[in-house]
Design a protein around this ligand. Structure first.
Ligand SMILES: C[S@@+](CC[C@H](N)C(=O)[O-])C[C@H]1O[C@@H](n2cnc3c(N)ncnc32)[C@H](O)[C@@H]1O
Length: 248
């Protein structure tokens, strides 16, 4: 299969402009705020984020479980419009920093505009690929990500990059979709399924093995749920939303 990145940039560029989306990880016909509540954000979080930031693109709430502390530096892989960056910004406070990296220019621009409009001074958004992060070695305390790594055709490289940028003892808290059981081959070959966060999703065991292979220790699933929002009947029960913690 060809590299899906151009298709991803085009589709997420459209989503950034429309302010909403229509895909399994986002729930066709379901209000973005309802998707956010269903995947684990609280009412308080949803109601106190910048207006328009929630597009229902996440599949978990990585900040909630990441034990982010004041003064830490946090990196969000595939930050989209900045939902998790803005939540993490409150936790790190003025002495900390949260960096979002995303491949889609429209997403980065949207997140930057919201940061400036709502006065978030401890965040930055960079255009870039999670397979080749524009971030220095050993410069980050926590790497988070929400429903993005499934979209990467080179997941091993993504986790190697996360490992490289983390300080020794640093940690990851990754929310993502993985599969269990056989997935029909047509989904694997479809750009449409890929961009909708299911085509590129891989088996849970394989996912954890990739994280270990990148060098991470104490790799642990801290949350696991069947993921059903907008999932077609052929895939029912085969998609899981997991949250993985691991340490450098
Ligand atoms: C499903 S959305 C999730 C956005 C955000 N994490 C959230 O929860 O709202 C996927 C995001 O990942 C970005 N993305 C996909 N592949 C990427 C890559 N290889 N490098 C950087 N960003 C990527 C897309 O542009 C999009 O903004």
């Amino acid at each position: 299969m060809q590299d899906p990145k151009d298709f991803i940039k085009k589709r997420y560029g459209e989503i950034a402009k429309d302010g909403t989306s229509c895909c399994p990880s986002c729930g066709c016909g379901v209000e973005p705020k309802d998707v956010a509540l269903q995947v684990g954000y609280t009412d308080n979080e949803v109601n106190n984020l910048p207006e328009g930031v929630i597009m229902g693109l996440g599949c978990g709430n990585p900040v909630a479980l990441s034990r982010i502390k004041e003064g830490e530096t946090v990196l969000d892989l595939g930050s989209g419009s900045g939902v998790d960056v803005f939540l993490a910004a409150k936790k790190v406070g003025p002495s900390g920093r949260v960096i979002g990296v995303d491949i889609t220019e429209e997403m980065v621009n949207k997140a930057k505009a919201l940061a400036s409009k709502y006065g978030y001074n401890n965040v930055e958004f960079q255009l870039g690929e999670i397979e080749e992060l524009p971030i220095g070695n050993e410069s980050v305390d926590v790497v988070i990500s929400n429903c993005v790594i499934n979209l990467s055709p080179d997941k091993e490289r993504v986790f190697r990059e996360a490992y490289r940028v983390l300080k020794p003892g640093g940690r990851i808290m990754i929310s993502d979709l993985v599969t269990q059981g056989n997935i029909p081959e047509e989904f694997r070959k479809s750009f449409e399924a890929w961009v909708n966060c299911v085509g590129g999703a891989i088996d849970k065991k394989e996912y954890l093995e990739i994280i270990r292979k990148a060098g991470f220790k104490n790799v642990k699933i801290v949350s696991e749920k069947p993921y059903n929002i907008g999932i077609s009947k052929e895939l029912a029960g085969k998609i899981l939303s997991i949250m993985v913690e691991a340490y450098k």
